[in-house]
Write a protein that binds this ligand. Structure first.
Ligand code: 0L1
Ligand code: MG
Length: 242
């Protein structure tokens, strides 16, 4: 493959200039995470800090579609927090559960015990690849399409399994359940811990963890965007993507 840093530079430029690029296609999973590490280093060079992690492919249907059995993990950064509009190519919104880590995840206690708060959230995904088309390893390299996120009010940690979810984006509405996230978003935490260990992704105190989408993503167009999850206050913003 081309050097990880070269691919990371292509993806970084695609993101900062909001210009789509073709996929790379032939990476191994290990190479793809190496590209992602290099991509995050470029964001840090530009002054951003890592604020958390996110999971993708947390629904059985999506895993089957991609022919894979491992969730994917990407990094959230300070530049993504509250970013819902500028410099996006073909953004979509996803309703998510967010966990907050109260301590480092270092294997000494179960990851669930490291969580100190939970909230509803909206993730903005925006693939840097043409027409949102990519292979499993392409999307890992592209930091799992991470582009922005908005978090609702934090609440003390509680079980968030089997909660009704509704996402509104302009005139589109989609409904689902938190059960779509690996049966229960708590299972996403366990899956995260395994991938993070395998792929050298630190899980630090204070990080936000976006557990995965509870429904399909909706295209982000102009208009009101809101995620409501049973038992949580709604989280919303005014969509102005372009
Ligand atoms: O956060 C997500 O669920 C998206 C993961 C990457 C796949 C995609 O861009 O659809
Ligand atoms: Mg997501």
């Amino acid at each position: 493959m081309r050097a990880a840093v070269n691919i990371a530079e292509i993806l970084h430029k695609a993101q900062t200039t909001a210009t789509e690029v073709p996929g790379f296609g032939d990476l191994t999973v290990a190479d793809a995470y190496e590209v992602q590490h290099a991509l995050i280093a470029l964001r840090e060079r530009d002054g951003e800090t890592v604020t958390g992690v996110k999971l993708g492919f947390t629904s059985e249907a999506k895993m089957r579609q991609m022919g894979v059995s491992e969730v994917i993990v990407g990094r959230l950064t300070s530049g993504m927090h509250g970013r819902t509009s500028e410099n996006l190519i073909h953004p979509k919104a996803e309703p998510e559960i967010a966990y907050r880590l109260g301590r480092d995840v270092d294997g000494t206690v179960p990851i669930l015990e490291c969580v100190d708060a939970v909230a509803s959230a909206i993730e903005i995904i925006d693939s840097r690849y043409r027409d949102f088309r990519f292979t499993y390893t392409d999307v890992i390299a592209d930091n799992t399409s991470a582009a922005g996120y908005v978090i609702g009010p934090w609440q003390p940690m509680t079980d968030v399994g089997d909660r009704a979810v509704r996402l509104t984006a302009g005139s589109s509405i989609v409904e689902g359940s938190t059960s779509a996230i690996l049966g229960n978003p708590a299972n996403a935490l366990t899956a995260l811990e395994e991938v993070a260990r395998k792929r050298n992704i630190p899980l630090r105190a204070g990080y936000v963890v976006l557990a995965g989408a509870a429904t399909i993503a909706l295209p982000l167009t102009e208009g009101y965007v809101e995620c409501s999850i049973d038992g949580f206050g709604p989280v919303s913003f005014e969509g102005r993507p372009r």
